[in-house]
Design a protein around this ligand. Structure first.
Ligand code: RAM
Length: 357
């Protein structure tokens, strides 16, 4: 009797355990049907990671070059690049995209931020689900990322642009800044350094009259430039720390015949600015290589996913053709990796570079 009872109990146990095992399997299959696609792709390429880049917005060749470099890096590494370009340069548009990327269970997200703080909840959610998060070009705050990929020293960028304008206008007169969006981390940091540089007594005869925002949209940048010229008829110079802004301002100054009357410098894409550098509307300007910036972000994302780095100061990794890179402290309390120093573009080298980016 006892034996019969124990057989019955064992049978019941087997059935119950079997069933619950079955339940697990169903759950696994359901969730892995998504991962299976990735895994079957992965097996073809040997563990390919899916790594996303979210640029500031669509329609900006600078962002396209950045994404191009990112894709090249991931191709070299055998990963899959997911390129996302929001319609508008806003945090809201980026939040929506990141929510989708979380649902797709990507391995990492690299973001060029439209706002330093607004993305914090969604990026922290991503990180809590094991997704590696980094920023590039325009940082999110230190709590929202593991590391930032910085194009160049922001102090150097800000101070150099003011020094350039000083030379162009002979140290005297009204100047304005034509920026991207009012929330952009990178432009706001550079502008803060421009203001610091202007505190030097050597600039006592130079007056910053206005900071205008063209939102990295061509038409708005054109109308903001026109507005500056109208409101400040004595304006002597415009500094535009955005590739969209400087190209729009150059076009307006050209169309209005203001070459030599209103000086222009800033951060420009050689391919968009070559004609204006050659005409003298913009005598010289600066930028780094946006392709390399995206490329470095691709290698950084991969190193975070594989666990080679975690985002701590002192960690080093090999970034393909860019060689070894080291994580250093950032001013906002987080960490960063530098691409390098910006280049100066003028009549002597613009043709050569305009073919590349
Ligand atoms: C624009 C974007 C980008 C910035 C460059 C200089 O294309 O605002 O973020 O880094 O200009």
């Amino acid at each position: 009797m006892k034996k019969v009872l124990s057989i019955i109990i064992s049978l019941v146990l087997v059935i119950v355990l079997g069933l619950s095992g079955c339940g697990n399997k169903t759950a696994n299959t359901a969730s892995s049907s998504q991962t299976t696609t990735t895994k079957s792709e992965s097996s073809k390429t040997g563990g390919k990671k899916r790594i996303a880049i979210v640029v500031k917005n669509t329609g900006n060749p600078y962002n396209e070059k950045e994404a191009e470099g990112f894709k090249t890096a991931l191709e070299e590494l055998g990963d899959e690049a997911i390129i996302q370009e929001p319609d508008q340069p806003t945090a809201e548009a980026q939040i929506q995209i990141i929510q989708q990327l979380i649902a797709q269970k990507v391995d990492a997200i690299a973001i060029a931020a439209n706002d330093p703080d607004a993305l914090q909840p969604v990026l922290q959610k991503a990180m809590s689900q094991g997704i590696k998060v980094l920023s590039l070009d325009s940082a999110v705050n230190a709590q929202s990322r593991m590391v930032h990929v910085n194009q160049a020293d922001p102090e150097k960028i800000g101070r150099t642009l003011v020094q350039a304008m000083y030379q162009m206008i002979g140290g005297k007169g009204e100047i304005a800044i034509l920026s991207a969006t009012s929330q952009a981390t990178n432009q706001n940091t550079w502008i803060a350094w421009m203001k610091k540089e202007l505190e030097d007594p050597k600039y006592k005869d130079m007056k910053l009259v206005k900071i205008a925002y063209g939102d990295d949209l061509r038409d708005k940048s054109v109308s903001e430039t026109e507005g500056l010229l109208q409101s400040y008829p004595n304006l002597k110079g415009i500094i535009s720390p955005t590739t969209v802004g400087i190209a729009a301002a150059a076009k307006v100054l050209t169309d209005k015949g203001l070459k030599g009357k209103v000086q222009l410098t800033g951060l420009g894409l050689p391919s968009e600015m070559a004609e204006y550098i050659k005409s003298g509307v913009c005598q010289w300007m600066y930028l780094w290589n946006p392709i390399d910036l995206g490329y470095l972000a691709g290698y950084t994302a991969h190193a975070l996913v594989t666990g080679e780095i975690t985002g701590k100061v002192g960690e080093k990794f090999k970034a393909g053709k860019l060689g070894e890179k080291e994580i250093v402290k950032a001013d906002d309390g987080g960490t960063q990796i530098y691409l390098g120093a910006p280049f100066k573009f003028d009549i002597n080298n613009i043709d050569e570079w305009s073919k590349i980016y």
